[in-house]
Design a protein around this ligand. Structure first.
Ligand code: HH2
Length: 277
C-alpha cells in the first residue's frame, strides 16, 4: 500500500471563515502565510475566497476574484514548486486562477453549482477535487438525514466522477472528498471516517478535511477552536490508515509530523522479517 500522504495547507482569504476568518485578507499576509505552510511541509496550498461554514452568505464573482487572484499569483511566484489549489465553485474564478498558476480546482459543489466549471477543468487539464455536500452551506446543518451515509456519499461521488469524465475531465486528474461537516452530524462524520476505505475503493485519491471542525470540539468535551488540534490529528491519522491521500489542514507542521509517524507505523505493520505480509 502506498502511504505517500500529501498535506494541503489552508489559505483562507475571507473575512468570515470559521477558524481563521479575517486573518489573511491582505494578499501579502496570505502569501506569507502560504509560504510558511510550505516551509512546514505542505505539498499543496488551498486558496479560498468564499467561506462555506454553516450559515455563510454567498460571495459575488468580482469580490471573490479580488480576494484570491493576487494571492494565487503571489504564491505561484513565491513557492513555484507547490501545487496551488483554488477552492471555488465558480467557473470565472477557476479560469482566472488557473491562468495565474493554480494546478487544482477544489469544488465543494462537485461541479453542480456552475454549469461551466466542468468545461474549464477539462480544457485546462488541471486536477479537480469533487466533494460531497448535502444541501447548501446556508442550511446544510439543519437536521441532515441519511439511511446509510457512507453508501449515499459513495454513490454521489461515483455519479459526480462519471459526470466529470463525461464532460471531458481526465479521470486520472480527479480526487474525491466525503465532505466532512457538509450536511452531516457528528455521527455521520464519524461513520464516514470509520468506513473511509469504502470511498477509497472508488479508486481515486481521497481528500479529507476535518481540520478544527466543530464535531471535534464536541467529541472532546466542548473544545473551542484553538483546542481542536488533537482531534484534527486523530482523525487525519485514522484517515491515513484507511487509505486517504490528501489531508486538508490549517495546522500543517503538526499534522505532517503525525502523518509521518503514522505512515511509518502502518508500513511497518505490513512487513514481517523483511517480507510483506
Ligand atoms: N472544508 C472547508 C472548505 N473547503 N474543501 C474540501 N475539499 N474539503 C473540505 O472538507 C473543506 C473544503 C471548510 O473549512 P475552512 O476552509 O477552514 O472554512 P470556511 O469554509 O469557513 O472558509
Amino acid at each position: 500500500m502506498d502511504f505517500a500522504a500529501q498535506v494541503m495547507g489552508v489559505v483562507n482569504v475571507t473575512p468570515d471563515s470559521f477558524s481563521d476568518g479575517g486573518r489573511y485578507l491582505d494578499p501579502a499576509a496570505a502569501v506569507a502565510h502560504g509560504a510558511e505552510l510550505v516551509a512546514e511541509g505542505a505539498a499543496i496550498l488551498d486558496v479560498g475566497g468564499e467561506s462555506t461554514r454553516p450559515g455563510a452568505d454567498p460571495v459575488g464573482l468580482d469580490e471573490e476574484l479580488r480576494r484570491v487572484i493576487p494571492v494565487v499569483e503571489g504564491l505561484a511566484e513565491r513557492v513555484p514548486g507547490t501545487a496551488i489549489s483554488i477552492d471555488t465553485t465558480k467557473a470565472g474564478v477557476a479560469r482566472r486562477a488557473v491562468t495565474a498558476g493554480a494546478a487544482v480546482v477544489n469544488d465543494v459543489s462537485a461541479l453542480r453549482a456552475d454549469p461551466e466549471l466542468a468545461g474549464v477543468v477539462a480544457a485546462s487539464g488541471v486536477a479537480c477535487c469533487l466533494m460531497h455536500m448535502l444541501g447548501e452551506p446556508r442550511t446544510m446543518q439543519d437536521d441532515p438525514r441519511y439511511d446509510d451515509v457512507v453508501s449515499e456519499v459513495k454513490a454521489f461521488l461515483e455519479e459526480r466522477l462519471e459526470f466529470a469524465v463525461g464532460h471531458g475531465v481526465d479521470e486520472q486528474a480527479i480526487w474525491l472528498d466525503p465532505g466532512i461537516g457538509f450536511g452531516k452530524t457528528a455521527e455521520h462524520n464519524l461513520e464516514l471516517l470509520a468506513r473511509l476505505d469504502e470511498i477509497v475503493a472508488l479508486g481515486r485519491p481521497v481528500v479529507v478535511g476535518t481540520s478544527r471542525k466543530s464535531f471535534l470540539g464536541r467529541l472532546a468535551g466542548g473544545r473551542e477552536l484553538g483546542r481542536r488540534l488533537p482531534g484534527t490529528i486523530a482523525t487525519n491519522v485514522m484517515a491515513l490508515e484507511r487509505g486517504a491521500s490528501v489531508f486538508r489542514v490549517h495546522d500543517v507542521a503538526e499534522v505532517v509530523d503525525a502523518l509521518a509517524v503514522a505512515g511509518a507505523t502502518v508500513a511497518a505493520s505490513e512487513w514481517r522479517g523483511g517480507r510483506r505480509v
